[in-house]
Design a protein around this ligand. Structure first.
Ligand code: AMP
Length: 429
């Protein structure tokens, strides 16, 4: 097909807004972006969906002072949540019926092996995302509800799925496979998929930029330390190893998840402690990690308690940092040459003590943190290692919504600028 240049001022040229939706089991986060300059027009959150205490927080960012509006009272379901968000956007002149809206980008947690890139959502794609529910029972159902709700709202609009697992599909087979019986593993799609991929992709690229190099020229270790936490080893722009596995439970110590654990602990809890599978699931996913170790999962609170001499909080901190160090060491070995170790997400971006402790004693690996640089608070990507250090240590704020908007707009925009219909139904194998 001969590409037809789009006419200046045509509807397609003007459609340069992207709505990003991140639908959780009881929450929906949204951001509306203007892709002319990738700025945010509005951000919002609906939480405690289905409860009497539902709450919507909406912040328009087009005017001078960003003032957050709040709605409280029961919001019955995701459809009602999105409708309420759409009303708030419309009140700011940013209604979702606008011809300026080019696409809706959805965060989808599990894309299995099939979805290696952002994909325009069709019935067939949605069916495949549903087929992955057994490996992502906590996340994919909420993502599917969000997609269906958005489709009902704007059936004419391209809806794009951006998968948390996609960035990790480049992992070599020897890193992705568990050492268990191959037939059993394959029959049940048991392997290491990894999560937080959108963040790892964005942060590793930004880190290369910070070093003044292209992603292909650098090897980086990304430490995404939020309430969920994961590490990845990225060689020349491709993920070669990551710490989360079949589910987000594996790997680092997290806010409420145990991370790595001897699988026999689960048999023991079942046989000896008499716990059910569901109880063990809740224990390891919701009541473990920092919360299980010391009763708090917020690093600010843990540091405050340590300053007051609290020994349980200090031990929880040490266990958290010890696990981080093990992964930095392991991923240094996997990569062979490391150009940067990069901290991101809530803890990684804000906790100087975690960064300092995780890098302390790793001079033999070329890793040193400058105390002065580490203490600086900033929302910008920055180096915290001294000039002489062999390996850079950096802090790069993550921006998963921007990455989802970029990937969504690139997919929709590529087709349009080639004068083609948006490739609805494109599926990457
Ligand atoms: P995220 O999941 O990326 O939103 O990260 C949330 C976590 O970041 C919280 O549970 C805190 O443990 C941590 N966090 C947020 N702000 C700070 C801060 N200023 N200092 C230390 N930790 C922080």
């Amino acid at each position: 097909m001969t590409p037809t240049p789009l006419k200046e001022g045509s509807a397609a040229v003007q459609a340069r807004r992207v709505l990003v939706l991140n639908s959780g089991s009881s929450s929906v986060k949204y951001q509306l972006l203007d892709m002319n300059d990738r700025s945010r027009l509005a951000i919002g959150l609906v939480e405690r969906i289905g409860e009497e205490t539902s709450r919507l927080l909406h912040t328009p960012l087009t005017g001078g002072d960003a003032e957050t509006r709040e709605r409280t009272g029961r919001i019955a379901d995701h459809a009602a949540a999105l409708k309420a968000a759409a009303e708030e956007l419309a009140a700011d002149g940013l209604g979702l019926d606008s011809p300026e809206l080019a696409a809706i980008g959805h965060r989808v947690v599990h894309g299995g092996l099939r979805f290696t890139r952002p994909t325009v959502i069709t019935d067939e794609v949605l069916t495949e995302i549903e087929r992955l529910v057994p490996v992502a029972p906590l996340h994919n159902p909420a993502n599917i509800t969000g997609i269906r709700t958005a489709q009902a709202l704007r059936p004419d609009l391209p809806q794009v799925a951006v998968f948390d697992t996609a960035f990790h599909t480049t992992m070599p087979e020897y890193a992705a496979r568990y050492a268990i019986d191959v037939e059993t593993a394959d029959a049940h799609r048991i392997r290491r998929y990894g999560f937080h991929g959108t963040s790892h992709a964005y942060v590793s690229r930004k880190a290369a930029e910070l070093l003044g190099r292209t992603p292909e020229e650098v090897n980086v270790i990304v430490l995404h330390l939020g309430n969920g936490a994961s590490a990845s080893a990225v060689a020349a722009g491709r993920c070669v190893e990551t710490s989360m596995g079949l589910t987000p439970l594996e790997g680092l110590v997290m806010g409420t998840r145990s991370g790595d654990i001897d699988p026999a602990v689960t048999f023991h809890l079942k046989r000896v402690a008499g716990m059910s599978t569901d109880e063990i699931d809740v224990l390891l996913n919701k009541k473990s990690g920092l919360l299980g170790l010391c009763g708090d999962n917020d690093m600010r609170e843990i540091r405050r308690r340590i300053d007051e001499g609290d020994e349980r909080a200090a031990l929880a901190f040490d266990i958290y940092v010890h696990r981080l160090k093990k992964y930095i060491g392991a991923y240094s070995a996997v990569l062979g040459r490391v150009d940067a170790v990069v901290f991101t997400a809530g803890v990684g971006e804000n906790s100087a003590p975690v960064r300092e402790a995780a890098i302390a004693g790793l001079e033999e690996l070329g890793l040193v943190v400058d105390a002065g640089l580490n203490a600086v608070r900033s929302g910008e990507p920055r180096l915290i290692s001294p000039n002489y250090a062999r390996v850079a240590v950096a802090v790069v704020p993550t921006d998963e919504e921007l990455e989802i908007a970029d990937q969504t707009f690139a997919l929709v925009g590529r087709a349009e600028s080639a004068g083609q219909e948006v490739p609805v139904g494109q599926v990457d194998n």
